[in-house]
Structure formats: structure tokens, C-alpha cells
Ligand binder design. Sequence first.
Ligand code: GDP
Ligand code: MG
Length: 457
Amino acid sequence: DAASQKDLRSPICAILGHVDTGKTKLLDNMRKTNVQEGEAGGITQQIGATYFPIDMIEKKCETMRAYTDPQFNVPGLLIIDTPGHESFTNLRTRGSSLCNIAILVVDMHHGLEQQTLESIRLLKDGKTPFVVALNKVDRIFGWEPVPNSNIRDALAKQSQSVQAQFNSRLEATKLLFAEQGFNSEVYYKNKNMSKVVSIVPTSAVTGEGVPDLLYLLLELTQTRMSKQLMYLSELEATILEVKVVEGLGTTIDVVLSNGILHEGDRIVLCGSNGPIATTVRALLTPQPARELRIKSAYIRHKEVKAALGVKISAPDLEHAIAGSRLLVVGPDDDEEDLKDDVMDDMSGLLDSVDKSGEGVCVQASTLGSLEALLDFLKQMKIPVMSIGLGPVHKRDVMRCSTMLERKRELALMLCFDVKVDKDAELYANDNGIKIFQADIIYHLFDEFEKYQKEMLE
Ligand code: GDP
Ligand code: MG
């Protein structure tokens, strides 16, 4: 009925894969509407996310009707499109349920590249259902574009040689996934969606397979998300990014996965100097593109409903940590209890710190990336002495220097996506403390593994 329909919430999808596989291009293609429409009925750009209303998806899936009778029971689909895979790393944080499903984009001509393998690990660990967009079909030699067609019709129109090349690429991809422990199959031949990963061949340039991808995302979330998940219930929100904005000060970009958030709500989140409790000053989403002549870059909302990406302006957000959950203090809640709750995500990570007081130091920009680093070090059987979030200061390096006398080979810091200040760098140089720094996790791992090998020689 009408009342409950209004309370349905949209599923959330993340998009990930190696650089240059076509993630951005694929999203651009999905956003393209055939008819120029007003923003109201169309797609809305949000903070770190794009919202696709169901009417629009239904139109895009029109070409699927030749094969199936698509059902559209949710209000829309929210696709998180923060650049890089960094936001997805946050998803692994305990207690955070950022997305319901993911698209793993693979360049069909390049196989499974390093960031793709890393993404697969994250998906596996988080038990996140995903579909594979096997992208760039149009690059097959001799491909005849059938713009925005479903993939089966498009394939049927290709020459035998193109079809043969396609099949050999598809089989090669299935083999690569098997090596990673996943059975996979092109989605329309997949008889067991819950056990076998579905592959959707796509072109982000000519649009073949994009209707199939949207159709499949809805189909899977509608049938596999629990009924309860589909209704607005208790508030769930995750901080994607902490950003300074002129005129607003430090703000947080948040994905609201469930519930309703209001201006004036009292919120609690994780901070690098302890829990933060503050009051929402403003809830902001970007101004629609065609309204850019209006001065303010943002629209203010009295309340926002899941699922969406929203910027929160509030006092005291300077030390907020990306990857943290965001809680709202309800009428029956004790703010102090919620502060303990929200810091649990951080304290959980402290368990990885070696009790002997020996080990390396680890510093990261987000809870999720910190967790990824700790997992890696555990696999490498390298003890960790201390962990930290945010920029590296001299005092962090000084802590590390205690290892110089105890175990010289452990006197080092692994820093992911954080700034190292001048004093810290000078101190490290003067005292022979090695600082590893990178903003792509596997680069950090590679560099460190190389160093370890050199040390052993
Ligand atoms: P991202 O790094 O994963 O976001 O990749 P981009 O979306 O930026 O795409 C990387 C490059 O590949 C760009 O030059 C795109 O135009 C190109 N590209 C992406 N998808 C396709 C595709 O389906 N077909 C072709 N021919 N080129 C593509
Ligand atoms: Mg991109």
C-alpha cells in the first residue's frame, strides 16, 4: 500500500575495480538519459553518490523485456561513486553496512589486475554479493556497436569471429575467477545466483549490456535483501570523507544507509582524539547542475531519508575519522553509551597491537584502511606496536624510535594516505627510522615486502 511503499528504502551499490577498467565511464553511461528530463524525475547527483530513481531505471531496462519481466519494487538505487577504491576500503569496517551489493569492473582485455584482486579479497571478507561488469566488449576487433542494447541482442548481431573472440575472453575470465575461488558464469546462463558470480559483458562507451547490469542489480537486491532491509528502520550511517569546505569549516560526507536524519539531531562519531558528540547544523546535497547560477553550491534539507549521500556541517568535526559509523542520540539513549559504542570499532583494532610492546607503527587515514593494513601485517607475521589515525607527527615517530634499541628491523612506520609533517620526517631521517608512505594500499605492501626481502639478504 501507499504508506509502506513510501517507507521502502533504496539498495546501495558500490563500484570497484582496477584503475582504468571503466568505473567512471560506466557510471557516466548509466547517468545518461535518452530524453532530456528535468532533474526532478531524473537522476540526482549526491554527495559521493548518484541516485537513480526507479522510473529512470525502468526506462533504461526497456530493452530487457524481450527476455524477462523485470520487477521494480524499490524506490531507486544509490550507487556510491567516490573516486578510487579508498571509500570501498572503509566498507570493511566492523559494524558498517555501507553497501548491499557491488559491481566489480573488469577490463575483458586485461584480466584480473592488482586492485581487482584486492577488491575481490575485500568482497570475500565482507561477504558482499557482487556482479562482474566485463567491460570494453566494444574493443573486440570487428565489434559492430548496437548502442544501449541488451547484451544478448548485441552479441547475436556480431560476426562469428567476434563471437568467437568474445567466448574465448569470457572463458578466460571464468578461469581467472576460478583461481580466486569463485565459480562464475555469464548472468543469463547462471542457474545459481547465490553461489555463482554473475558476469555481465558491457561497454561503457556504446552502452551494450548496461541495461542488463541495472536489471541484474535490482533483481539481486530485491530478491536477496531481507524484507526488513528494504524498510526505513534504525539509523545506519557511515562517514566516507572528512573535508574542509570554505564557509562551512570541517564537514563530513556521509552515506545514510538506513533511517532518517534531521537538522538539529545530536550525533556521535569516532574521532582521532576520542569520541565526538555534536549537533547537526545543516544537511546538504549538491545543487542540481542546471541551478548553478544560484550562489550556494548546496541545497539545505530539514531532513533526509535513506539511502543517500549527504554532507553534514556541524561544529567540532576536525578530528572525525572516515570509515566511522555515525550514531544519532535518540530520546531514550544515553550519549555516553553511544560514545563507547562508536569507539568500539577503534578499540577492536587495538587488539591487533602486540602485548610485548615490540613491533612496527601503523598510521592510516581511515578505520577501514587501518584494518586492511593490520590484516596484511598479520599475514606477514609482523608484530604491531602502535596504531594511529590521521597525520603523522614527531611524537608518533618518537614512539617508533623505542624499537631502535630493542629490534632495529622493526623501527619503521607504515603510513597509508596520511601526511607526514616536516618535524616528523626530520626526526625519522636523523634517527634512522624508515617511513613507508603510499596512498594505494598494494603499493605500500609491495614496497614493504621488497624491503623485507632486502633485509633478509
Ligand atoms: P576508471 O579508472 O575505472 O574510472 O576508468 P575510466 O572510466 O576513467 O576509463 C578509463 C579509460 O578507458 C578511458 O579512456 C575510457 O574512455 C576507456 N573506457 C572505459 N570503458 C570503456 C569501454 O567500455 N570501451 C572502450 N572502448 N573504452 C572504455
Ligand atoms: Mg575513475
